[in-house]
Design a protein around this ligand. Structure first.
Ligand SMILES: Nc1ncnc2c1ncn2[C@@H]1O[C@H](COP(=O)(O)OP(=O)(O)OP(=O)(O)O)[C@@H](O)[C@H]1O
Ligand SMILES: [Mg+2]
Length: 486
C-alpha cells in the first residue's frame, strides 16, 4: 500500500516559517524554515516545548519585543478564532529581517504560528492613495505623455493630452514623421537611458506634421524596455520666435533706412550745386568751337554728369518729405491704376499680370499717386528680374483683409531674390543691375512711401513657390469699416 503523504511533510516543504502547537499549547512541529528563522532559540524547538517557554526564550534572545511577546500570548488566548482582530506582532528573524507573526487555529484545538512578510499598513494606505493621486494627475496633466515598448513601438499608456495631439494609434513609431529622426532618437536614448529636448518632426492625429521637442527616459516595465516620453508641440513657440525675429528685422531696416537716408541726403544736397556747375559748363563747352577730337570726351562728361544729376534728383525726391495728399481709395482702384500704368510701359511686354481683390475690403486713406508708384515699381522690378533671368512671366497681385487694413501681395514666378541680398534690397542705391540700368532707389522709395502711410512693406520669406513676393500692408481709413471683414 502506498504511503499517505503526511501533514508534516507538506509543512516541511513550505518556505514560510511555520510552527504548529497542539491543544495543550505545546510544540508539535516546527518546519525547517521556522528553525532557520528562529535559530537563536533552536534548542527549544523540539516537540513538546511549551508555547509560553518558546515566547519567553524568543523575548530573551531579542527575537520578540516585550510588547510583541505579550500580544502573542493574548492572541493565543482570545483571538485565535478571529484572525481579523489580531493586533500586528513583529518578530525579528535570525537574519535580521522583520516578519509578521500570525496565529491560526488548527484542528484538535491547536494553533499554528507562521512568520509572514510584513505588510506595512501605513505604507499600503499611502500606496493606494499614491496610485489614486498618480492616476488623477495623469488624467488632468496637460502634458503629452506616452509610454511605449522600445521593441515594437506598441503604446502601453498615453495621457489624454497625448491622445488629443497624437491620436490613439497603437504604434508609437507613427508619432515620428521621419524614420531617420526616430533612429537618431533611439541612438541618443539607449546609452544614457535619457533624452532631453530633442527637436523632431512629429505627426499628429490627422497625419499633419509639426515641429516638436521630445524628452524621454528608458525604464524597465515588467521586464521590458519601455520608453516614457513627453512631446511638446513647438509650432506656436516657433511661430512667435519667427514673428519676433521678423519684427526685429523690420525695426532694424527702418533704423538703417533713416540713418542712411540722413547721410545720403546730406551728400546729395552738397553734390547738387557743384553738379549743376559741371553740367552747365559741359553744355556751354559743347556750344563752343572745339576740337573734334575733344568733342566725344566732352559729350561723355556731359552724359555722365547728367546721370549724376538724375541720381541726385531721384534721391532728393525720395529724401524730401513730400506731404501726402490723402484721399479715400479702394484697394481695387489702387491695383487697377497700377496695372494701367504698368501696362502702358514697355516693361509689361510678355508679362501676364493677374489681379484679384477680396470682396468687402475697407477703404484706404492714401496718396494715390505715391501708392500707385509703389505698386508700379514692384511690378517693374518683377518684370525686369524675369526678363533678365529669362524665367517666369506671371505676376499675381492680390488684396485681402489684414488685421489693421488691407494686405497687398505682388508675387512673380521669376528667379526670386538670392538669400545673400535679401537684407539689402531696400537699401538706397542697392542694385544688382548694370550701371545705367538701375539706380537702386526704387525699393527704398517704396519703403519710405508706405512707411509714411503708417503701413509696412517687406519681401516675404522664400516659400515653396519660386519667385519674389512683396507684401504691402496699408491701414484702413480710421473708423471706416471693419478691416477683418467680420
Ligand atoms: N521681383 C524681383 N525679383 C528679383 N529680384 C528683385 C525683384 N525686385 C527687386 N529685386 C532686387 O532688388 C534690387 C533693388 O531693387 P530696386 O527697385 O530698389 O532697385 P533697382 O530696380 O535695381 O533700380 P531702380 O529701381 O532704381 O531702377 C534689384 O536690383 C534686384 O536685385
Ligand atoms: Mg527698381
Amino acid at each position: 500500500m502506498a504511503a499517505t503523504p503526511t501533514f508534516e511533510e507538506a509543512i516541511g516543504l513550505t518556505a514560510e516559517p511555520i510552527a504548529v502547537f497542539d491543544g495543550d499549547a505545546r510544540l508539535h512541529l516546527a518546519n525547517p524554515a521556522f528553525e532557520t528563522a528562529m535559530r537563536p532559540i533552536g534548542g527549544y524547538l523540539s516537540r513538546g516545548t511549551a508555547w509560553a517557554m518558546i515566547l519567553s526564550e524568543a523575548e530573551r534572545k531579542g527575537l520578540l519585543g516585550e510588547g510583541d511577546a505579550m500580544a502573542l500570548r493574548m492572541i493565543e488566548e482570545r483571538y485565535l478564532d478571529r484572525p481579523a482582530a489580531q493586533p500586528e506582532v513583529r518578530v525579528t528573524r535570525a537574519d535580521g529581517r522583520v516578519a509578521r507573526a500570525v496565529l491560526s487555529r488548527v484542528s484538535g484545538d491547536g494553533f499554528a504560528l507562521s512568520l509572514r512578510e510584513p505588510e506595512d499598513r501605513a505604507d499600503t494606505v499611502a500606496e493606494s492613495q499614491l496610485e489614486e493621486i498618480m492616476s488623477k494627475v495623469l488624467q488632468a496633466c496637460p502634458t503629452c505623455l506616452t509610454m511605449s515598448r522600445i521593441g515594437d513601438g506598441r503604446v502601453l499608456y498615453r495621457s489624454p493630452a497625448a491622445a488629443d495631439l497624437l491620436g490613439k494609434g497603437f504604434n508609437g513609431l507613427a508619432h515620428f514623421a521621419h524614420r531617420g529622426e526616430r533612429a537618431d532618437f533611439l541612438t541618443a536614448l539607449l546609452p544614457a537611458a535619457r533624452v532631453d529636448d530633442m527637436r523632431i518632426t512629429a505627426r499628429d492625429a490627422d497625419g499633419e506634421t509639426f515641429p516638436a521637442s521630445i524628452s524621454a527616459r528608458l525604464i524597465d516595465y515588467r521586464g521590458e524596455d519601455v520608453i516614457v516620453a513627453s512631446i511638446d508641440d513647438l509650432s506656436d513657440r516657433l511661430a512667435a520666435d519667427a514673428e519676433i525675429e521678423r519684427q526685429k528685422k523690420r525695426l532694424f531696416l527702418l533704423e538703417k533706412m533713416s540713418a542712411l537716408g540722413e547721410v545720403l541726403s546730406g551728400i546729395a544736397h552738397e553734390l547738387n550745386n557743384p553738379l549743376s556747375v559741371v553740367v552747365g559748363n559741359a553744355h556751354l563747352l559743347l556750344e563752343e568751337e572745339i576740337d573734334d577730337g575733344l568733342r566725344p570726351r566732352i559729350e561723355k562728361i556731359t552724359a555722365a554728369a547728367e546721370r549724376c544729376v538724375g541720381i541726385v534728383r531721384a534721391f532728393l525726391s525720395m529724401a524730401r518729405e513730400r506731404p501726402l495728399d490723402l484721399e479715400t481709395r479702394s484697394a481695387a482702384d489702387l491695383l487697377g491704376s497700377a496695372a494701367d500704368a504698368f501696362g502702358a510701359s514697355d516693361r509689361s511686354d510678355g508679362v501676364d499680370l493677374s489681379i484679384s481683390v477680396a470682396s468687402g475690403l475697407p477703404d484706404l486713406l492714401v496718396d494715390e499717386i505715391q501708392v500707385v508708384q509703389v505698386f508700379v515699381n514692384i511690378l517693374s522690378n518683377a518684370a525686369q528680374a524675369m526678363a533678365e533671368a529669362g524665367t517666369g512671366r506671371r505676376i499675381a497681385a492680390t488684396a485681402e483683409p489684414a488685421p489693421s487694413g488691407v494686405r497687398f501681395r505682388i508675387a512673380d514666378d521669376g528667379p526670386g531674390v538670392p538669400e545673400d541680398i535679401r537684407d539689402r534690397i531696400f537699401d538706397p542705391f542697392f542694385t544688382t543691375k548694370d550701371p545705367g540700368e538701375g539706380t537702386g532707389i526704387g525699393l527704398a522709395l517704396c519703403h519710405r512711401i508706405i512707411a509714411a502711410h503708417g503701413g509696412s512693406m517687406e519681401l516675404e520669406p522664400p516659400g515653396r513657390a519660386t519667385g519674389a513676393s512683396f507684401v504691402v500692408d496699408l491701414p484702413c481709413v480710421p473708423g471706416g469699416g471693419d478691416p477683418a471683414g467680420a
